[in-house]
Design a protein around this ligand. Structure first.
Ligand SMILES: NC(=O)CC[C@H](N)C(=O)O
Length: 222
């Protein structure tokens, strides 16, 4: 699998994400926000966490308008895989590739700790390595992780089994404790927690490994 990790000014999880994907077997390159095209043959676009453009305007809003953004959207429209983690999730909602919005945490504080999550569905390339309902521990680090969507959108997400992860206990004010959602074609995942920070025993946890392995495994030759 060929993966491209998109880098914006202020991204700070790009290297960690590249390492996690590489360890899972992906051929990873970095794509700069000013690039107009993704590296040839890109199967997965990975949008990392961080503070793109200093979180000015709204987290992810400026990054969503960057030159590489059009290429990411075209990739998604072609049915390509896109993974957005934390700031990456915010960027994907700002691009309109995922529904809803990430608002300021209910407590107005930056939350940085390991959170217990539940896997909402194993029905996606990203989550097939987990059982639906499985409990996992991923680190979180954000101030704008409070997921909101209107009632109709929430009903659709529930009805189409597109809630990929939920917090095991209320954490940041997210509606129905949503921590991650899938696109309608299940090829785009955005999540606030950081599986790439739980992908090596030295991280203190390895619950994120299954996500990267499952994704890369889609492209394994029989
Ligand atoms: N770790 C991150 O990607 C943080 C995203 C964003 N800057 C926020 O604080 O909400």
């Amino acid at each position: 699998m060929k993966a491209a990790v998109v880098v914006f000014p202020g991204s700070n999880c790009d290297r960690d994400l590249a390492v996690a994907l590489r360890h899972a077997g992906a051929d990873v390159s970095l794509a700069w926000h000013k690039d107009h095209a993704l590296p040839a043959g890109t199967d997965l676009v990975a949008v990392p966490g961080g503070f793109s453009f200093g979180d000015y305007l709204r987290c992810g809003a400026i990054a969503a308008q960057s030159p590489i953004g059009a290429a990411v959207q075209a990739h998604a429209r072609r049915g390509g895989y896109v993974l957005g983690i934390c700031n990456g999730f915010q960027v994907l909602t700002e691009m309109g590739l995922l529904p809803g919005a990430l608002m300021r945490n209910a407590g107005l504080k930056f939350i940085c700790r390991t959170a217990t999550l539940h896997v909402g569905t194993s029905d996606s390339a990203f989550t097939e390595g987990y059982a639906t309902g499985q409990e996992v521990q991923f680190p979180i680090a954000h101030h704008d992780g409070n997921y909101f969507a209107d009632d109709e959108t929430m009903a659709r997400l529930r009805g189409e089994d597109r809630i990929a992860f939920t917090y095991a206990a209320p954490l940041n004010g997210s509606l129905e404790d949503v921590a991650g959602v899938l696109s309608a074609n299940r090829r785009v995942l955005g999540l606030m927690p950081h599986p790439e920070r739980a992908a090596d025993p030295n991280h203190g946890g390895t619950d994120g490994l299954a996500l990267f392995r499952g994704l890369v495994g889609q492209f394994a030759t029989a």
